[in-house]
Design a protein around this ligand. Sequence first.
Ligand SMILES: NC(=O)c1ccc[n+]([C@@H]2O[C@H](COP(=O)([O-])OP(=O)(O)OC[C@H]3O[C@@H](n4cnc5c(N)ncnc54)[C@H](O)[C@@H]3O)[C@@H](O)[C@H]2O)c1
Length: 263
Amino acid sequence: MSTNQHSKSEHAGRTVVVTGAGGGIGGDYVAAFAGAGANVVATDVAAAEDAGTALADRVSAAGPGRAVFVAADVTSDTDWEAVVATATAEFGGIDALVNNAAIYQGLGTKAHLTELTNESWDRVLTVNVRGTWQAIKAVTPTMRARGGGRIVNISSTVARMGAPGFAHYVASKAAVDGLTRAAARELGPDAITVNGVAPGLVSDDASRTLNTGDYIAAAAKGRALGREMAPDDLVGAVMWLAAPSSGFVTGQTVVVDGGGVFT
Ligand SMILES: NC(=O)c1ccc[n+]([C@@H]2O[C@H](COP(=O)([O-])OP(=O)(O)OC[C@H]3O[C@@H](n4cnc5c(N)ncnc54)[C@H](O)[C@@H]3O)[C@@H](O)[C@H]2O)c1
């Protein structure tokens, strides 16, 4: 397929791994890639297995791509071996990875940095940062063997804004941005691009758990586009950075927030 094509059909026949895909925004990525003809390995923690399997069955039935679910914790190298083995056995390898999994809704509540525990700090940094690195490490050999690949790390605009209430999460997303740049440099010689997408506040279950309706409305008002953000608003940027046609873009983190943050 030509690398100059920007249509969604350039995903046809490719294989994409999406983490944190048991529900939430990750589920929208799975549906979008499969709808564009990609084969998708959707992964999430074991507790999300029922929802993830139902999602995979649903998008496979809709086609044209096929999705399978693998229960995998992003912080487990053993689980990553299983994900890569499934992708290889079912679809022949991996062309793109979307590192979407994170402790976000799992934060439960916001808290001042003086009230965070060492344990919660370590948990958030381990999943959001170390897990992203482990994912990159796990897929690199198969991408190399295929002559290249695309990695998309999901960041957040809070890394730039320093939004209060979850300093560990903010720090983790800033670390993901640094990892994106480092990995882009190190994997460039293998024709593997590494980019990020930094969403603004999405009006989803996770955000409604952590924020008041007034907070979400204020975020919408502060945007150039002046409206709330839906999960679907992220799909275009993620799919392009996972596609062949973005092949000369690497080390970038693209803000997708309707024009709220201009840095
Ligand atoms: N919702 C927003 O407003 C918003 C804004 C900016 C960035 N983001 C980012 O977008 C992504 C998706 O957000 P969401 O709103 O769907 O959040 P969410 O909390 O609903 O989803 C995160 C998913 O990651 C999974 N996960 C958590 N720990 C894991 C682990 N150890 N191994 C594997 N999977 C694990 C969860 O089970 C869950 O399905 C996250 O990276 C989040 O940080 C979200």
